[in-house]
Design a protein around this ligand. Structure first.
Ligand SMILES: Nc1ncnc2c1ncn2[C@@H]1O[C@H](COP(=O)(O)OP(=O)(O)O)[C@@H](O)[C@H]1O
Ligand SMILES: [Mg+2]
Length: 275
């Protein structure tokens, strides 16, 4: 069976799975036998001190890195060999730890590009219609753009050059661009980093909406340092330390786990960390 975006899974089925994943950079072992199961419909978070291997894990899931050992499955099919653009066609989309927008382009054009880069061969090529006519695709695209602008409350800045916007709004635009691909799995690498308190609250609300609202229902993999938000939003939390899994459990269980508390010793209070 060939893995396809059209393969339907029920809520609670395993959407993405990592099995015994190892990743080395020279002598540095960034991931050492990591396992993960992300279920359709959930917000699954990954936490861990700096250098724990979180971003490497995200890069393995979206195909930027290939693990030396271990398997990546999407909807039950191995996707180790697939390049990032193929994975994004399957429904895996992401935002980056360092904001990546096209500063010279307007907010709307950045969001449009999200859909465009979904299709390697260009927006007007045959492959992008997914059974739709060209006219239908164009209407559908416009509809999605408006939905995203509505959801993220960026109507007032839609024509502004993105590079002129405050950092918090740029992060919102980046999220909009990832959503334009209509992903099934959205990887968010530190979406709250560098945001002020009000922006954090807004962004946390958007993530929840994207996950819960009937229109979106996007499964999320969230890498975040803000423990308050992680514990509030997540269905499950994977804790990494030096490339090893400490635990993968509900937020309640993770907060009580002594190994987790120990891994964070020397850092700020686990539940008030904000960077
Ligand atoms: N491209 C790379 N080349 C060499 N080492 C890397 C590379 N990417 C990550 N690493 C190393 O892998 C480890 C995990 O990094 P990373 O996943 O970025 O941590 P974090 O949990 O903070 O996101 C670190 O020791 C880092 O230096
Ligand atoms: Mg990182």
């Amino acid at each position: 069976m060939v893995v396809s975006k059209k393969t339907e899974l029920k809520e609670g089925d395993v959407l993405l799975k990592l099995e015994d994943v190892h990743m080395f950079f020279g002598k540095v072992c960034a991931l050492s036998g990591v396992n993960l199961e992300i279920r359709k419909g959930e917000i699954h978070s990954v936490i861990g001190p700096n250098g724990a291997g979180k971003t490497v894990m995200m890069n393995i899931i979206n195909g930027l890195y290939r693990p030396q050992r271990g398997e990546v499955f999407y909807k039950g099919e191995k996707i180790n060999h697939l390049k990032p653009y193929k994975r994004s066609e399957l429904g895996i989309s992401r935002t980056f730890q360092k904001v990546e927008v096209f500063g010279g382009l307007s907010v709307l054009d950045n969001i449009r590009l999200g859909r465009h880069i979904h299709y390697r061969s260009g927006i007007f090529s045959g492959s992008c219609y997914l059974g739709k006519t060209k006219k239908e695709e164009i209407e559908h695209r416009k509809f999605i753009e408006e939905e995203i602008i509505d959801l993220l409350e960026i109507e007032h800045i839609r024509h502004k050059p993105t590079g002129m916007l405050p950092y918090g709004l740029q992060k919102r635009v980046e999220l909009g661009r990832a959503l334009a691909m209509e992903p099934e799995l959205l990887i968010l690498d530190e979406p709250l980093a560098g945001l002020n308190l009000e922006e954090v609250e807004d962004m946390a609300r958007f993530i929840l909406d994207i996950n819960e609202e009937e229109r979106w229902k996007v499964t999320c993999l969230l890498v975040e340092h803000d423990m308050g938000v992680v514990m509030d939003l997540s269905d499950r939390v994977l804790v990494l330390n030096f490339g090893n899994t400490i635990t993968d459990d509900t937020p309640e269980a993770v907060q009580k786990n002594q190994d987790v508390v120990n891994a964070y010793l020397g850092e700020e209070d686990l539940y008030s960390t904000r960077r």
